[in-house]
Design a protein around this ligand. Structure first.
Ligand code: CAO
Length: 424
């Protein structure tokens, strides 16, 4: 049974942040009606195109299980259709530039007046304040949310990360806000405004770095490699390279084949409890009792030497052999997996984390399925809709247009040109 069955989402999202959110809600069973500009659609349909003429992977991988309605919301009939949609739906989700919904005539006040039960959820780059009017993309959010200043090596430039913490991360935050507001509505009977700003979302994910900013007042951050290397700390949380963010030192270390394979590496954590087993495994049993190495505090000023010795050992093994040896010993390690390896990983296929989907324009492609698994409500990944694929179906079944009324909507141009097979 789909957990969100019966919940209708009016989906005005585009690009990545908003679509991630509504895709999750669709996987949990909501009916997601994606509204797009006639003849144009979500800009990502035609970005990073790999199969000429087909919707891009950028679009298809973010818009599964949705229905597509093309609607010009600046056309008078389009506004009437949109008003009916607002009455029918439970949640409106949007991530337009600030002020776009208001300019369309569908700001929070108008939405509440049309349907007091409606939840209106938005992603914006920034929350209220000096930057609230700015347009924002992923990497800007990573920079403004504190991630870039704390990512990279201490002697290098700030770095952005491949994990889309600004877009997909904020989409996740917004989805939680929406489900929470839906729960609140079950006893209040009222909708509410839900806002997830990308800066807030990134900062939430960088919480440990604000922790370290405050710890600096009490002295050097001893678990950072730069402490043992004798590099003084400044007055702000530094970039920590591949140091682990917690109290158990860790590093990325070379494994056998690293000279040819850019991903022949493992992450290795010197968890305190596992230290004796680490010493035995790497052939340094004397370090178990030696006061210079035996305790976590003693090791903090020797991390380069410690990890150097561990790397001498990991370089004699493949990243999978390191995993096979360390796991039974409760030593936390993890291989650096390439996207090629992840795509081929059978266990990820078995759990529905990697899914092969068929698409009428582009054929079969791989996507990432729902990352959250509900035991009674498993997600069934369905291909993304073609532009305007569900126009007739939504106008009839959701909004009750029929006969002349339906013809009038088509003839107004509000939903674009009628597809050849439907026009008769
Ligand atoms: N019918 C008629 N008009 C429509 C429409 C429809 N169905 N759908 C959208 N439009 C209009 C909007 O009303 C808006 O018009 P106005 O500017 O005249 O009010 C316009 O299309 C485009 O909106 P936009 O400014 O949001 O689009 P953009 O491509 O210029 O900016 C982005 C994109 C992402 C920078 C901006 O939307 C934004 O900052 N969003 C919030 C933050 C966010 O989500 N960023 C993450 C994006 S993923 O990296």
């Amino acid at each position: 049974m789909e957990a969100l069955k019966g919940v209708k989402i009016l989906d005005f999202t585009h690009v990545q942040s908003g679509p991630t959110c509504t895709q999750l809600l669709a996987w949990f069973g909501a009916d997601v009606i994606k509204v797009e500009r006639p003849g144009v659609g979500d800009a990502t349909r035609k970005q990073l195109v790999d199969v000429p003429g087909a919707d891009s992977l950028y679009f298809t991988m973010l818009n599964h299980n949705k229905r597509s309605l093309t609607l010009n919301t600046k056309n008078e009939t389009g506004k009437e259709v949109l008003t009916r949609l607002v009455k029918e739906c439970d949640v409106l989700v949007e991530n337009f530039a600030p002020g776009a919904m208001e300019r369309m005539g569908f700001g929070w006040e108008q939405i509440q007046a049309i349907n007091p039960r409606m939840i209106m959820a938005s992603v914006k780059g920034f929350g209220p304040g000096p930057f609230e009017d700015c347009k924002v993309y992923e990497n800007i959010a990573q920079c403004a949310g504190g991630a870039a200043s704390t990512t990279g090596f201490n002697d290098g430039v700030p770095l952005v990360t491949g994990a889309q913490i600004g877009d997909s991360g904020t989409g996740l935050h917004l989805a939680l806000g929406i489900v929470t507001a839906l729960y609140h509505r079950t006893h209040s009977g009222k909708g509410q405004r839900v806002l997830a700003s990308m800066q807030d979302g990134v900062l939430n994910l960088c919480r440990v770095k604000l922790r370290d900013q405050q710890r600096l007042a009490a002295g050097p951050l001893t678990e950072y490699s730069q402490h043992g290397e004798g590099t003084p700390f400044g007055d702000t949380t530094p970039r920590a390279g591949n140091d682990s963010g917690g109290g158990q030192p860790g590093r990325i270390l070379k494994c056998k084949g690293w000279e040819q394979d850019p991903n022949a590496y493992t992450y290795f954590i010197t968890q305190a409890a596992a230290w004796p087993k680490i010493c035995d495994a790497i052939g340094k049993p004397e370090w178990k009792e030696d006061p210079d190495y035996a305790t976590p505090n003693a090791r903090l000023t020797r991390l380069n030497e410690v990890f150097g010795a561990i790397e001498d050992w990991t370089m004699t093994k493949s990243k999978y052999e390191v995993m096979d040896i360390c796991n039974p010993l409760d030593i936390p390690v993890g291989p650096i997996l390439s996207m090629k390896e992840i795509a081929a990983e059978q266990s990820l296929r078995d759990t529905g984390t990697i899914v092969e989907v068929d698409h009428p324009e582009r054929g079969a492609y791989l996507t990432v399925g729902c990352p959250v698994k509900l035991s009674a409500s498993p997600a069934d990944v369905q291909r993304s809709p073609l532009l305007g694929e569900h126009n007739d179906e939504i106008l009839r079944d959701v909004l009750g247009y029929d006969g002349e009324d339906l013809e009038a909507v088509w003839n107004s141009g509000a939903v674009g040109d009628r597809p050849a097979q439907a026009a008769e």
